[in-house]
Write a new protein. Sequence first.
Length: 508
Amino acid sequence: MTSTLQPASMTREADKRPGRWLALSVLVLAVLLVAVDATVLGLATPYISEDLRPSGTQLLWIGDVYSFVIAGLLVSMGSLGDRIGRKRILLVGATAFGAISVLNAYATTPELMILARALLGVAGATLMPATLALIRNLFHDARERSLAIGIWGATASAGTAVGPIVGGFLLEHFWWGSVFLINLPVMAVLVLVGVRSLPESRNPNPGPWDLTSVVLSLVGMIGVVYAVKEAASHGFTWVTLGAGLLGAAALYGFVHRQLTLPIPLLDMRLFSRRGFSGAVLADLLTVLGMSGLVFFLSQYLQLVQGRHPFEAGLAELPAAVGAVAAGLVAGRAARRFSVRAVVSGGLAAVGLALAALTTLNESTGYPILGAALLVVGVGAGFSFTVTADVILSSVPKDQAGAASAVSETAYELGAALGIALLGSIVTGVYRDFTGPAGTPAAVHESLGAAVETAANLPPHTAADLLTAARDAFVHGLTLASTAGAAVLLATAVAAWFLLKGQKLESTG
């Protein structure tokens, strides 16, 4: 008589879906595209400003509306993917992303550019939660899933480095719209291969997609993120306060509604799981602490050290290299040591690297900067990869989209808060510098304005202005690095306690 019981290893082999690694390559294309698109706009902004001539407010909206919309729709789109199918929403979103990229490239007015960026945010919000949720359903073996998540995270990190390099190259040879048109061939490959290689997955008992919850989530996130950014840039005003209060009220209404709905858009009980909530909080605070450095580093390299856009992009490459290398081995390290050791150790490494950057000055040699960026990349790669694995592993597969969206929302909110809070340190210190007599007030708005103004001044006055402006900018950057280091080191300590006893699955 033959036993019907099979060894666990044979069961796990049966669970391994053929073509899963090809499917993963499609998913990382989507991640790469979103990461690249988030970084190239910063390089293209001076060219867009010269061509479309937006007002100062319009220029801010061109830069911010993409992240506002993504932050507001991530949870809703992740939940929608759980309901209608993650493959379907990924392919529809990818097609829309490619088409709207053309609208971005050929925008002829500031208003059209703002609309195009907002629509691109809607499409982008469908991509990230769907990719991570599909990984959860593609890879049933826990060790393979950890490697897949590592590759996913490494690709996102690589995208943040590839963006400035590719964008810098295109801007030096073509017009600014080319940085958006590079999305088209990538999206074409993603859709054509994804149709055949990606499996469909959804929640078998999804319940209705509650539009009231969608509106509350969108209004709440946009209101809070907008208020934080505006308060940091222009101080507290009645408009800023009103937006913040409206956002907070909408988020309160969203949470209350989720707790009362029979089948909520987002199951708030997920946050009662210490591993899940600890990993989400760690991600939010980590991105917050790093955002000031990431946001202002390109300006430091170009406007303080005088590097060209392409050269500045190459200079940031060590961070991506470190993140890719760490992401690929993070799961194995977490199983050998512990989740909290790897996450806390990674965050502490980032904190110490940021602390080292407090020594920056105009003439800092690249070896110091490059080494610090490498350590930042390694630490972030270990931390983000393991926390993503913890978040996905701690929820049922049916809720993978919503859980992934919470993780991505933490990134977006952390970035908004980091740029606003740490950015306010840089801009506050910069605005107080004393320039040569007779220089216009506009030079205190940004370092870019000071460099542009100096080009039209007598050589001696221009040199004095640039010296004062660059010294003030670097001083603000070092203070922001100090604050970021403090946040990262505090987060490392918090993660040590919050992730106590947390383990990655060892089997499928």
